[in-house]
Design a protein around this ligand. Structure first.
Ligand code: SF4
Length: 279
């Protein structure tokens, strides 16, 4: 099911389950798989780069991280275009399209990548289609091994309620890990203001697989994002205007009241604050 092939594009987004979907009935007499054991059929981790590649990335971090901190996002991506070898993955949540706009025409060897968990809001999928039309950078989607219906059958209905950590692992973390395999570097939209856990996010980092991780908007505030969206007339995710400042899966995202922590609507009511992608 995973679709990361060249030229896969937005067409890979067809055939999705509807939100809430047609969740299979939870038949209690059927043995369930252990949610700590992921489904077979695809790797669950990213292949580690060679020691030489990792060392080259660490050298870039050592030399450039401090120099790039304080530069504009545009300058940081110009640096990426000049210094990073190979195709760079630009991760897209579709909550906004800032990274696509920044990378377009600036990082010439880049691909937009989107994790289709099967649980997205319809509006998120609409934004993904608009992104595919607006930007010439290829848009590639990656999906979990199991459809929502298959996961319900194998692990019990609505795993996102009973074990959101396992659900995120199977539907986000592991697909992203597979998706990153062809790339040596990736760009994320993590910001220091997002949460306490992210407050020290560097501009450049080497992830646990030796890949270079670039956080060009790490120093941005939420207002900076708003200003950039307006100045560049970006695609607007309609839910961001309806009380959803941080948008993930429809099943795990609630609107928040004005003045509340923007991420408090994610996994509201549980202690979970991160899906694991950026840990
Ligand atoms: S955000 Fe919720 S539905 Fe989405 S992968 Fe995580 S637990 Fe599952």
């Amino acid at each position: 099911m995973t679709n990361t092939g060249a030229g896969a594009g937005i067409t890979a987004l067809t055939g999705l389950v509807g939100l809430g979907g047609t969740a299979a009935a939870d038949t209690p007499d059927r043995p369930r798989k252990d949610p700590e054991v992921s489904p077979a059929g695809a790797p669950t981790t990213t292949t580690h780069l060679t020691a030489e590649q990792s060392a080259a990335h660490q050298a870039l971090v050592d030399e450039w991280n401090d120099k790039l901190d304080g530069k504009t996002a545009e300058e940081i991506l110009d640096w990426v275009n000049e210094h990073v070898i190979g195709t760079v993955a630009v991760t897209m949540s579709m909550q906004d399209t800032v990274l696509a706009e920044l990378a377009q025409g600036r990082v010439h060897d880049a691909e937009l990548v989107f994790l289709d968990t099967g649980y997205h809001f319809d509006e998120t999928m609409d934004v993904a289609r608009e992104v595919d039309e607006r930007y010439s950078l290829p848009l590639k989607t990656v999906e979990p091994v199991l459809s929502v219906e298959e996961q319900n059958r194998e692990y019990g209905a609505n795993l996102y309620r009973s074990n959101p950590t396992a659900c995120c692992r199977m539907r986000k973390v592991e697909p992203l890990a597979r998706m990153l395999n062809p790339y040596e570097a990736w760009i994320s939209g993590v910001k220091r203001v997002d949460s306490e856990l992210r407050k020290d996010t560097p501009i450049l980092d080497v992830d646990r697989t030796g890949r270079l991780k670039i956080n060009p908007i790490a120093a941005w505030t939420d207002q900076d994002v708003e200003d950039y969206i307006e100045a560049h007339d970006l695609i607007i995710h309609p839910l961001t205007k309806q009380g959803y400042p941080s948008i993930g899966c429809a099943t795990c995202t609630l609107p928040v009241a004005p003045g509340e922590d923007p991420r408090s609507g994610r996994w509201a009511g549980s202690t979970k604050t991160e899906c694991g992608l950026h840990l």
